[in-house]
Design a protein around this ligand. Structure first.
Ligand SMILES: *Cc1c(COP(=O)(O)O)cnc(C)c1O
Length: 443
């Protein structure tokens, strides 16, 4: 009887009309509009759930939950999930996954405890024992370590090639290759890899292969964030990324996600259940409530400041080289404009800058001196790894985030000991450039 007094939409699981036509900045705030992941929908802010286990109404419902888990069916989507235990599935993480799929324009998203847990799950599923990965030669240090220290123990080998050059991929592909893996922009040197060109190359190879032997394109989208680039729309099969960085945005929690076709949903949640790298609801809540809803506004500000700072660095006598995709001097500027755009098609070169200082002699390391000066004297630039946060962060990839890469590989990609990675935050850019100017003057 109560229903008569509570006007309800006929089917709350049904999307709002025109939901999909709303601008990205609106969709990053409202996600799928109505969710089936949480059955009390009067909260304006999604709740942070905290329940390791869930009450089941009957043995039958419990049994059905186990049967349905890892078998995504239209039926269970319509009714909403039967929650059993936090490691299998739970509402806060589920709501975050819905909005991440919206952000990345993917059919599904599955969250993990960290970016590395997401990357290892994606590769664990797509490259089982005996298979081979072709990867770009410069990678986030832990991803490189995963591919060289751990995956080989499972007889999964990787070839590292320069995917910036077209053709290098086809030469490296073996009959057992199943994954092409790269970051774009590459962390930390800011080179770009043309996702559509890789798609064309992989399509040529896949044409000669059976369905189960086809090669998947996996892109780490951490540096750009889904606001600046949606790799799946450009031709990738799967996106992996860290939620710790621009998506989380406030630097409070670790997290990671794999976004891809619906066919990957079940293997991903089953993998997560058994390897156990699930995202805690307490860590899913900040990106759901603060990170994604503020991503568009933060990124618009980061980019504006990054542009001013990159221009300032470019004009400074002590600076040898600056790579920021938004500069017209950027070597791959045309590709940047085509590949890094927001949903409305506006050029979105992101918040990351890589630069090198002029050396006085071959043994001179002015970058380290600059970083040390900033660590001691700077008010608004912080020496710390990580990126995409409201605070501006600076670090030295050669000896810090990319220490795991062998020196020859670093040299090949122009990663010098004094190279500096700057993640631009929300401070006033005048304050940031004046502190950089003071640091450059002091060293
Ligand atoms: C930080 C980072 C990762 C790993 O993410 P975590 O959340 O720290 O595990 C992976 N790829 C790139 C490009 C990163 O910057």
């Amino acid at each position: 009887m109560k229903e008569e007094f509570e006007p309800k939409r006929e089917n709350p699981a049904e999307p709002y009309p025109q939901e999909s036509q709303k601008a990205a900045r609106t969709r990053l705030i409202h996600g799928v509009g109505r969710t089936r992941k949480w059955d009390y929908d009067h909260h304006v802010v999604p709740p942070m759930t905290s329940s390791a286990t869930f009450r089941l109404d009957s043995a039958r419902r419990g049994a059905q939950g186990f049967v349905e888990f890892g078998h995504l069916s239209p039926d269970s989507q319509e009714r909403g999930p039967i929650y059993i235990y936090d490691r299998l599935d739970e509402p806060t993480c589920g709501m975050l996954e819905e909005i991440l799929a919206v952000a990345e324009r993917s059919e599904c998203a599955v969250c993990f405890a960290s970016g590395m847990a997401a990357i290892s799950a994606a590769l664990g599923i797509l490259a089982p024992s005996g298979r081979h990965i072709v990867s770009h030669r410069t990678l986030y240090g832990c991803t490189y370590s995963l591919m060289t220290n751990w995956l080989p123990r499972n007889h999964v080998d990787s070839s590292f090639v320069n995917l910036v050059e077209t053709g290098s991929l086809t030469n490296a592909v073996l009959p057992n290759t199943r994954v092409v893996y790269f970051e774009t922009p590459v962390n930390p040197d800011m080179q770009l890899i043309d996702i559509a060109a890789v798609r064309r190359e992989v399509d040529m190879i896949n044409k000669t292969r059976r369905e189960e032997e086809r090669i998947w394109i996996v892109v780490d989208n951490t540096f750009a964030s889904p606001f600046c680039q949606r790799p799946i729309a450009l031709g990738a099969d799967v996106v992996v990324e860290s939620l710790t960085k621009a998506i989380g945005g406030f630097g409070t929690d670790l997290g990671g996600v794999v976004c891809g076709p619906r066919s990957l949903h079940d293997p991903l949640v089953l993998y997560r259940k058994d390897f156990g790298g699930c995202l805690s609801p307490k860590s899913a809540w900040p990106p759901l409530v603060y990170g994604l809803p503020s991503l568009a506004a933060r990124m618009a500000n980061y980019q504006k400041s990054a542009h001013h700072i990159a221009r300032f660095l470019e004009g400074h006598v002590k600076v040898e080289m600056v790579r920021y995709p938004g500069l017209s001097s950027f070597p791959q500027f045309e590709l940047a404009k085509a590949q890094m755009t927001d949903e409305s098609g506006h050029f979105s070169p992101g918040s990351m800058i890589y630069f090198q200082l002029r050396q006085a002699s071959p043994m001179d390391n002015p970058g380290e001196r600059l970083i040390d000066w900033i660590a001691q004297n700077s008010y608004c630039i912080t020496l710390a790894v990580s990126l995409g946060q409201i605070k501006t962060l600076i670090e030295c990839p050669y000896t810090m985030t990319h220490a795991a890469l062998p020196p020859e590989r670093k040299a090949d990609d122009g990663l010098a000991p004094g190279g500096i990675r700057l993640s631009v935050g929300l401070e006033d850019w005048h304050d940031l450039t004046s502190e950089l100017a003071a640091a450059l003057k002091a060293i």
